[in-house]
Design a protein around this ligand. Structure first.
Ligand SMILES: [Zn+2]
Length: 300
């Protein structure tokens, strides 16, 4: 299948002073459990509590975000999705089952998009405009996915990391937003933010960077991306703001103790600094959802 990624690309200007805030709404316990055991457990109630923390913080700071929602989560907690929507945030898709694209055939990927869009539309009444691939897994071998997104009516994607990686990344891709066009199809790509270190682009939009770096360095990264002429495209997850320690069930630990302990350690390390860091960022920079920052470039 030809890829729209190999077609025409047109740079899309966006105000570098208005940054993009996004939340990937997924259940940490469910996804890590599946990674270690191949078994699917129900979404944890702790996700509702940590998402409520974020919603309250956003209300206090008077800021709206884009929530990329996993289909499993929307089915488990429909009231949570309705609340996010009612509070003025944008609901977008993070796939149905959070399987990375390299694990899916084009047919199964199309099914993921249709199913997740349908679940979300049934809860909000609005069609889904945006998509982000689980683990930014649009990369070598999965360029075909972009064509399917455009065919399925997705108007923008935020999955392409402009760097070379094993699972994710498209080397040489634009760091700023571009409109991709091939034949009758067109889609806007809004890459998560990267910074150039020693001549190489590195993903610096959230995740372990944000957990491990002190606030003053995060602030410097945001400023640098803005100085380069781009809005900062940030992502975070509710579990990073949980008041409880992230932990796996005992049966996972008894089966793969080393891997489970390593993952618990990795995701809890400096995690408690995230509340303070996000709060400071929202005080010091302007943030908005994708649909607002890129309103001029999206279809009317
Ligand atoms: Zn995810």
């Amino acid at each position: 299948m030809n890829s729209i990624l190999d077609g025409q690309q047109q740079a899309v200007e966006a105000d570098p002073g208005l940054n993009i805030l996004s939340v990937d709404l997924e259940c940490w316990e469910q996804l890590v459990h599946r990674k270690l055991t191949n078994q699917l457990i129900p979404c944890s109630e702790s996700l509702v509590r940590s998402t409520s923390f974020l919603l309250n913080l956003f209300r206090e700071k008077d800021v709206r975000a884009t929530f990329f929602v996993v289909g499993y989560v929307a089915e488990a907690f429909p009231e949570l999705i309705r609340r996010i929507n009612l509070e003025g945030h944008e609901i977008a898709s993070h796939g149905y089952s959070h399987l990375t694209i390299d694990m899916l055939s084009p047919e199964r990927f199309r099914e993921e998009i249709r199913r997740s869009s349908s679940v979300l539309r049934s809860l909000t009444g609005d069609s889904v405009k945006g998509f982000r691939a689980p683990e930014f897994s649009l990369g070598p071998g999965t360029h075909w996915a972009m064509e399917i997104l455009a065919q399925e009516g997705i108007e923008y994607d935020s999955s392409v990391v402009p760097c070379s990686g094993r699972k994710h990344g498209v080397a040489g891709f634009s760091r700023g937003s571009v409109r991709l066009t091939a034949g009758p199809y067109s889609i806007l790509e809004v890459p998560p933010s990267t910074i150039t270190v020693l001549g190489r682009n590195r993903l610096a939009a959230g995740g372990s960077y944000f957990r491990l770096l002190p606030y003053f360095l995060i602030k410097r990264i945001v400023r640098r991306v803005n100085r380069d002429g781009f809005p900062f495209v940030m992502y975070c997850h509710p579990y990073e703001f949980s008041s409880e320690r992230l932990g796996l069930q005992d049966d996972v630990k008894s089966r793969s103790r080393l891997a489970a302990t390593a993952l618990e350690f990795k995701y809890n390390l400096f995690r408690k600094t995230m509340r303070y860091k996000l709060s400071r960022l929202l005080d010091e920079f302007r943030f908005a959802p994708f649909r607002e920052v890129l309103a001029h470039a999206l279809r009317k």
